[in-house]
Design a protein around this ligand. Structure first.
Ligand SMILES: Cc1cc2nc3c(=O)[nH]c(=O)nc-3n(C[C@H](O)[C@H](O)[C@H](O)COP(=O)(O)O)c2cc1C
Length: 389
């Protein structure tokens, strides 16, 4: 019988790093999202986090030895159970053992007997990460088809600065989702997504802006990432949330800059998803000195550039967003034709700033998907599933 995707089984191997504590949060995230989780701890991992912690978080016993139960060959049964195997954090030691077929404890033996998708999340001091032997082992594992998540650059536990830090568990979770996601629809595609509030300066300290949070754009980026897009370029204005970490992020200040960055990138991309809220108007004249407070101030506004219209000739699949407070469908259809879009997504006013949305999509060919309601991520996944790329 086919298993429901929501109850997939994730086997996590934790090794002896300071970053082991981050895996506790990863277990929680996976459990919160209905995954089943079992954990293997190496002897050295147990010096950093206790069995009790992972048992309470995972709701399963923690595994740490080959020799506990003579009636169960746990190194085989655990890999039978797992849909995805992830070693996070992965020490230089486990990477070396796995790359060279050494099976001298439960975790390394499970690795050798595992034929499921396997992810390594290395974490170590930057000099260890730079060591040519570690590099060679990583390359070998990568060439053999194992998925290697690149460590982050930043402050390390040993007070050094460099590459080697274990990525944030939210990003590891997103990678697991991508590996687990039942669609490869966007494999081979490169996507530009714009998001957030794009403002226009009035004077050095004031702007005309809007209430866009960038949450829908981030949800679209995640949906594209899960559906295995090759690359995502996220061009954004102000966001009320952190931008995604799996994308190439470019911050812009105004509509002109956004157009410039899209034009710089568009020729090596296949799809443009324009969900940024660009100010329709901008001040006719920018004051390079702060405008003095007075009883009354009148600012003359002029129409801002229309980014999608400027990109009309670009041969790329274009998806626009429309937010209308009245005559939604009629206005969206007009926008779809005027801007020569392939699809237009009609967003509701109530979605601004919220984690949820209600939206409909119209296609150039007249198809529509109406009144989709749910979290922005759920709806973004549905949108990507529905659109013909
Ligand atoms: C305080 C401390 C922190 C450590 N942090 C790391 C680390 O971040 N990455 C790493 O590869 N090794 C780290 N090590 C070294 C490993 O714990 C050591 O290589 C050990 O043999 C790994 O065993 P395991 O891979 O079986 O868990 C650390 C050791 C200590 C004492």
């Amino acid at each position: 019988m086919k298993k429901s995707r929501k109850t997939n089984n994730i086997l996590i191997g934790i090794t002896g790093c300071i970053a082991a504590y981050k895996s506790c949060y990863l277990i929680r995230l996976l459990k919160k999202n209905q995954y089943n989780v079992k954990v293997i701890l190496t002897e050295n991992a147990k010096k950093f986090i206790g069995k009790a912690t992972v048992e309470i978080l995972s709701g399963e016993k923690a595994y740490d030895t080959l020799w506990e139960d003579r009636t169960d060959t746990s190194h085989i049964s655990l890999t039978d159970w797992a849909d995805i195997f992830i070693i996070a954090p992965a020490t230089a030691n486990i990477i070396g053992k796995c790359a060279n077929g050494i099976a001298d404890d439960l975790l390394s033996t499970v690795f050798l007997s595992c034929n499921k998708k396997t992810i390594f999340v290395p974490a170590m001091n930057e000099r260890m990460w730079d060591n040519p032997i570690v590099k060679m082992n990583i390359k070998k594992l990568s060439n053999l088809g194992y998925i290697i998540m690149q460590p982050d650059e930043g402050f390390l536990a040993c007070n050094a600065f460099g590459k080697g830090r274990m990525p944030n568990p939210d990003n590891i979770y997103d990678l697991i989702k991508r590996v687990d996601f039942p669609s490869e629809k966007l494999s081979g595609k490169r996507i530009i997504i714009t998001g957030g509030a794009v403002s226009e300066k009035i004077d050095p300290v004031r702007v005309i802006s809007n209430l866009s949070s960038g949450k829908m754009a981030k949800a679209m980026a995640k949906a594209c990432y899960y559906a295995k897009a090759d690359a995502i370029t996220f061009i954004h204005g102000e966001l009320s949330i952190a931008p995604p970490e799996f994308s190439n992020n470019i911050k812009v200040n105004n509509a002109d800059e956004m157009l410039e960055k899209i034009e710089e990138n568009i020729d090596n991309h296949d799809i443009l998803i324009m969900s940024a809220a660009v100010s329709d108007y901008k001040p006719k004249k920018y004051s390079d000195k702060k405008i003095k407070k007075a009883d009354k101030l009148e600012i003359e506004l002029v129409k801002n550039i229309d980014i999608l219209k400027k990109l009309k000739d670009k041969n790329i699949l274009k998806i626009g967003f429309a937010l209308e407070t009245n005559d939604h469908k009629k206005n969206a259809e007009k926008k779809l034709l005027e801007k020569d879009l392939n699809y237009i997504i009609i967003n509701s006013q109530s979605a601004i700033g919220s984690d949820d949305t209600v939206l409909s999509i119209l296609s150039k060919s007249g198809d529509s998907l109406e009144d989709q309601k749910g979290s922005k991520l759920e709806i973004a996944n549905k949108v990507i599933k529905w659109i013909k790329f």
